[in-house]
Design a protein around this ligand. Sequence first.
Ligand code: C5P
Length: 223
Amino acid sequence: PAAVVVGIDGPSGTGKSSTSRAVAAKLGLRYLDTGAQYRAITWWMLANGIDVDDAAAVAQAAGKPVIVSGTDPSAPTITVDGEDAAGPIRTQRVTAAVSAVSAVPEVRTRLTELQRAIAAEAPHGIVVEGRDIGTTVLPDADLKVFLTASPEARAARRNGELKGKEAADLAATQAALIKRDAADSGRKTSPLAKAADAVEVDTTDLTLEQVIECVVTLVEDKR
Ligand code: C5P
């Protein structure tokens, strides 16, 4: 079959990453986590002493870090200037700063170009997950999915992912999630939004396996 391009968007904690990886693995497609790229650029800004709330400074530095994403769904990788960034991009420090960095148009332009190039190179196709894939990065995707879930379900899932001492209480996790989603939805440049032609899947009462099955079926229907 021809290469198939799938975009999966939605707010944090809806199961985008787990779903996207599993769907890509099942269908023999590549997998790209665009959130990891926004986190990687944010990590680099913090490590290089750039004030993430200074949009002009962030814009000026946006082109500097070399970000490379490995797109094997069974072992996705991300490096910044050749250094493995998979661990550091998941810290709360990066999570708290990423919305400010990702709102800067120069950052978005740069990563959008990178994402389109990666998608174009995927031989059998790719599952790309993020916030603006269906609306901006890949408007011609064969399938667009928008995942949602109640704030309570999203906070519970995200808390389960946080390790050891970083695990916060549920209320704090939920408050942080809602704040980040509001920032992502409210920014001017390619905000978090459902594309008009996206299929919305409410995952609140579904198991991960059910969501994966649902998306696999949607992809197969498009082939
Ligand atoms: O998906 P994840 O939670 O890792 O994304 C981290 C952040 O990266 C989001 O909160 C958002 O600010 C930004 N992001 C974005 N556009 C994307 C993917 C992520 O702005 N396509």
